[in-house]
Design a protein around this ligand. Structure first.
Ligand code: IPD
Length: 299
């Protein structure tokens, strides 16, 4: 049977607002904090409580669909399949949440055939909501309530459709790029990361691309929304998971942006590919910018 994506979107929006209330009610200085992989991989009891709430509501409404959540993921066991699946991160930007840096969000995605078809990302600190439905565009809603998430209050994101004023992409040198440190701080993956940052930022004389600058705001989902909004041109990260990117991916594609592999050559990339490059919507220059980026990374 056909899946009603609008209905799923509306439910995800209401759950995201509820998650936002839980996040804002928590006091990060007193909630208990634990670590997973290492001391930079933080989880709080709020992450877990929000995931329980989200999982309970989604399973009650759609018991037939699969559920993948960051805090209940079991390495080697939890898989993203072709089945209709909710893919959620209760708090994306947990480090920001713990420090009170206002860039954390709830990221709720829905994928069918491993394609992100609904995305809802809500930052309760700034009260900004981003939403997307495949084929229906993506929007930013500022200080919205559920009742107000209507055509009247929403701003179409850059790149596609009415209101698009996205300029052409003119290559890496004139771009603002989002990157993330992630929690892996040793080994080859860490070397690839900081070497990539170095090459992107360094002057041409030092063998770099001399981008305008690099930004690291600490949330994969929000980075994708910033790319969707055309506020940064590109976002590269090696090491994230499907729940970090699912919701943002839908919002990005509906805004005319693209996701490709952060490793050279992968035009078609998957939700669980772990290394991604997102490029904003633009009337021209997307392909050239990706190729230039791959040349820097592969160098
Ligand atoms: C993390 C954030 C961070 C990114 C990591 C993610 P979390 O998610 O999105 O920006 O660098 O790769 O794991 O742990 O805060 O949900």
């Amino acid at each position: 049977a056909d899946i009603n994506l609008q209905e799923i979107h509306d439910l995800l929006v209401s759950i995201a607002f509820e998650a936002g209330k839980m996040i804002m009610a928590a006091n990060p200085s007193t909630i208990s904090t634990d670590t997973k992989l290492n001391s930079a991989d933080i989880v709080t009891e709020t992450d877990q409580a929000v995931e329980r709430m989200v999982g309970t509501k989604l399973r009650a409404a759609y018991p037939q669909f699969a559920f993948v959540g960051e805090e209940t993921y079991v390495a080697g066991q939890t898989k993203v399949t072709d089945a209709p699946t909710f893919i959620v991160d209760p708090i994306d930007g947990t480090t920001n949440f713990v420090h009170g840096f206002p860039a954390a969000c709830t990221s709720l995605g829905f994928a069918v055939g491993r394609r992100a078809v609904v995305g809802v990302v809500y930052n309760p600190f700034l009260d900004v909501l981003y939403t997307g439905i495949e084929g229906k565009g993506s929007y930013m809603h500022v200080r919205a309530s559920l009742a107000e998430v209507t055509q009247k209050f929403r701003l179409p994101l850059a790149g596609k459709g009415e209101g698009s004023r996205a300029p052409p992409l003119k290559g890496l040198q004139s771009s603002l790029l989002a990157i993330e440190w992630g929690s892996t701080r040793d080994g080859t993956n860490y070397d690839v990361k900081w070497q990539t940052f170095r090459k992107l930022a360094a002057s041409k004389e030092s063998g770099g691309s001399m981008v305008h600058s690099l930004r690291s705001i600490g949330s994969a989902a929000l980075n994708l929304c910033h790319v969707a909004a055309g506020e940064v041109d590109l976002y590269w990260e090696g090491g994230c998971y499907a729940w970090d990117v699912c919701a943002g991916w839908c919002i990005l594609s509906e805004a005319g942006g693209i996701m490709v592999s952060g490793n050279p050559g992968g035009w078609e990339t998957q939700l669980d590919s772990r290394v991604y490059l997102a490029v904003r919507g633009a009337p021209s220059g997307q392909k050239e910018t990706v190729e230039e980026f791959w040349a820097v990374v592969g160098d």
